[in-house]
Design a protein around this ligand. Structure first.
Ligand SMILES: Cc1cc2nc3c(=O)[nH]c(=O)nc-3n(C[C@H](O)[C@H](O)[C@H](O)COP(=O)(O)OP(=O)(O)OC[C@H]3O[C@@H](n4cnc5c(N)ncnc54)[C@H](O)[C@@H]3O)c2cc1C
Length: 355
């Protein structure tokens, strides 16, 4: 039976692409997906967050409903990344050692349940670091909380291109289109009853806001990803990008800062912190070979991601999945699974695939 119901999915960022791929395995023979987006992995735009991401997998503890939901999504993504690394080295994901040092840990890092949920219950090689211990299990001076574990780093442009290729190879169709209004999406394919909104910022949602991130891409190699939160609340991190993608040195988190230009002062601060704290090869001697500055906008939302079904007029439905903030890669697979579950619950999908 030829497909006669088109599901339009908006967005070719990591959330849209992962959701599209997951959806493809559950379509009935009469359904197909048309992925529409203003920007695709080959495009460069400051308002397209995914290619600018570091990106590494770094859990965040907490016991609020949002934190627990995100921990569940992160945990499922961790398992999926592990499988992908084994099966598809060219996807742009690599397993490395991750270290976190917090000079002044916020309360949620000291709560047993949140830390168990976000870290120790599933991360390979997890180790809580202690002061007074020497060597790998110890904390450096000035650091009150630290952990090490096996984690993943992602070459974000390579990974997004990989997801897009798989979607197209599985029969998915794409269209470059800049929507002004959500309703337009219902006219872009044959018999569209459902639109899946993975547009990052959500098309006119007053709860959405950006978190500006400035990082610096350097040629210097680094074998691990290390994150450090300083006592003034600023963050420093290094993320090696697999498949010859250089190393990201970061980074700022600036809510509602719309400045598209990299700040030279910020670059200097990021690099001097990196020289102090990160294990670059001895040959680097505290000097960095800069490829480029990066400024990106994390698509955030008050209260966390919106994953929700909205029934609009004339039997039409919008399934929302946007507002991933600074965690889109590490939540991506869990988010896509939650979207698919929601579509089953609402009768939009009917065929559970036997995977
Ligand atoms: C500097 C920086 C570092 C980061 N580091 C990490 C990290 O280490 N780990 C991590 O997990 N995450 C990280 N992130 C966050 C991550 O990049 C985002 O959470 C993620 O990219 C969001 O993906 P998305 O698909 O929701 O949005 P986007 O990637 O922004 O994609 C949105 C899509 O919707 C389309 N779209 C939007 N509006 C319209 C419209 N009107 N019409 C048509 N199409 C439209 C866009 O064209 C695009 O295709 C980082 C981000 C930045 C900026």
């Amino acid at each position: 039976m030829p497909p006669n119901e088109t599901i339009v999915l908006i967005g070719a960022g990591v959330i849209g692409l992962t959701t599209a791929l997951t959806l493809q395995t559950h379509l009935s023979p009469s359904q197909s997906i048309l992925l529409i987006a203003r920007d695709f992995p080959s495009t460069i735009s400051i308002n397209y967050a995914s290619p600018w991401a570091g990106a590494h997998y770094r859990p965040i503890p907490g016991t609020t409903p949002q934190a627990l939901r995100e921990s569940s999504q992160a945990r499922r993504t961790y398992a999926a990344f592990k499988r992908l690394v084994a099966q598809e080295p060219a996807a742009g994901i690599k397993e490395v050692e991750g270290i976190e040092y917090l000079e002044n840990p916020p309360e949620e890092y000291l709560e047993k349940r949140g830390v168990e949920d976000a870290y120790s219950s599933y991360l390979d090689g997890f180790c809580q670091l202690r002061s007074g211990r020497d060597g790998e299990d110890g904390l450096p001076e000035g650091v009150k909380w630290g952990v090490r574990y096996k984690t993943f780093v992602v070459n974000s442009p390579v990974y997004c291109a990989h997801l897009l290729r798989r979607f197209v190879l599985n029969g998915g169709r794409t269209m470059t289109y800049d929507l002004t209004d959500m309703n337009e999406a219902f006219y872009l394919g044959e018999n569209v009853k459902t639109v899946v909104n993975c547009s990052g910022m959500g098309l006119n949602d007053s709860k959405s806001f950006i978190i500006r991130g400035q990082t610096c891409l350097v040629r210097n190699p680094c074998a691990i990803t290390l994150t450090r939160q300083n006592s003034d609340g600023t963050w420093s991190f290094c993320i090696p990008r697999p498949l010859y993608g250089g190393t990201i040195i970061g980074g700022t988190k600036e809510p509602n800062n719309w400045d598209p230009n990299p700040s030279p002062e910020t670059r200097a601060k990021l690099l001097s912190n990196a020289a102090k704290w990160f294990p670059f090869t001895a040959g680097s001697q505290g000097k960095f070979d800069v490829i480029r500055d990066i400024v990106g906008r994390r698509p955030a939302r008050e209260g966390g991601m919106r994953i929700e079904v909205e029934r609009i007029a004339d039997g039409k439905t919008v399934v929302h999945a946007y507002g991933a903030g600074g965690r889109g890669f590490e939540l991506s697979v869990g988010v896509a699974e939650d979207v698919v579950d929601l579509m089953f619950e609402n009768g939009i999908l009917r065929t559970k695939a036997l995977l």
